[in-house]
Write a protein that binds this ligand. Structure first.
Ligand code: NDP
Length: 300
């Protein structure tokens, strides 16, 4: 069997079109233009790339994009004051602070300072709690994107055996919560899990969020299973020339795609969904802030 490739890039493009339609509707029916503010502290090149990409896509879907670039040595209080002023602004419906921040700034203080109503990355504990009990609000972007791809591929996830490998607050735990909300039977594996291969081999769905290049092997996967590879790892690629690297996931793609029913590639799978879901969350927070029912096609 050769697995179907789940094209996250194409799905994300479609999702952005849907977001753009909702933006248009908010403008024409309610006179509201959703606004997303992004804060970046320092000059980390990877963070700059992410932030620029977020700002560009925000504008492309018709939202207002506000970007705040702060110096590497900005006092923590200045960042907190900026967040507080954005919390108060009516034209800002989503705020995110690109992580990591320099060491002199406490990440937890940043997360707590963000109004939960504008926390489009869904880091605030109150939003995490809402995800767990199924209340409306922003949903962690990468798990939301992974869930959308799974629903699109499999339809109803009810009763499926799902294994999530990884239990981070960012990916693994919210992914497990979302799968459970969709009535999958969920197992969460982590670094202390015994006989991970056998646990994965019983799964209809494997979501890999480990951060270890190509760890999940062909013989761990049940024939026909759906595999979502969240991992993004850069490895040496001497075949491309001296000093060259390439991106791989947490799944051994070439082996696993011989047995899986469907699989996300890296790059081009879950990655593109993350920013698209950030925009979807901004629609959700805009609607909730204005007493409008959030569109069901943009959330979990
Ligand atoms: P973390 O490092 O926070 O968590 C990794 C998890 O994997 C931990 O729960 C850890 O277990 C578990 N783990 C580590 N080694 C093993 C092992 N040998 N066997 C089983 N479990 C193991 O990573 P993140 O969740 O933040 O990210 C995971 C991956 O996803 C990374 O490659 C990251 O780059 C990528 N990512 C991709 C995104 C995207 O947009 N596509 C967004 C966010 C992340 P324990 O808790 O016991 O230590």
């Amino acid at each position: 069997m050769t697995a179907k490739i789940i094209d996250g890039k194409a799905f994300a493009a479609g999702l952005r079109l849907r977001v753009a339609e909702h933006v248009e509707r908010l403008k024409s029916e309610h006179g509201i233009t959703p606004g997303l503010a992004v804060i970046i502290v320092g000059h980390d090149p990877a963070s700059q790339v992410y932030v620029n990409s977020k700002a560009k896509q925000t504008q492309e879907v018709g939202m207002n994009s506000f970007k705040y670039e702060l110096a590497e040595d900005v006092p923590e209080q200045e960042v907190l004051d900026l967040i507080e002023s954005l919390n108060q602004r009516e034209d800002v419906h989503g705020i995110l602070c690109q992580l990591p921040v320099p060491k002199h700034i406490d990440e937890n203080k940043i997360i707590e300072a963000l109004s939960p109503a504008k926390d489009v990355d869904c880091f605030n504990p109150s939003n995490v709690g809402k995800v767990a009990i199924g209340l409306p609000g922003p949903v962690p972007c990468t798990p939301l994107g992974s869930l959308m791809l799974l629903r699109d591929e499999l339809g109803d996830l009810s009763g499926k055996n799902a294994v999530v490998v990884g239990r981070s607050n960012l990916v693994g735990k919210p992914m497990a919560a979302l799968l459970l909300r969709d009535s999958a039977t969920v197992t969460v594996a982590h670094s202390r899990t015994k006989d991970l291969a056998a646990i994965c081999a019983a799964a209809d769905i494997v979501v890999a969020a480990v951060g270890r290049p190509q760890m999940i092997k062909k013989d761990w996967i049940k024939p026909g299973a759906t595999v979502i590879d969240v991992g993004i790892n850069r490895i040496d690629a001497p075949e491309r020339g001296e000093g060259k690297t390439r991106l791989v996931g947490d799944v051994d793609y070439s082996g696993v795609s011989e047995v899986a029913g469907a699989i996300t590639p890296v790059p081009g799978g879950v990655g593109p969904m993350t920013i698209a879901c950030l925009l979807a969350n901004t629609i959700t927070t805009t609607c909730l802030a204005n007493g409008i029912e959030p569109p069901s096609d943009l959330t979990a």
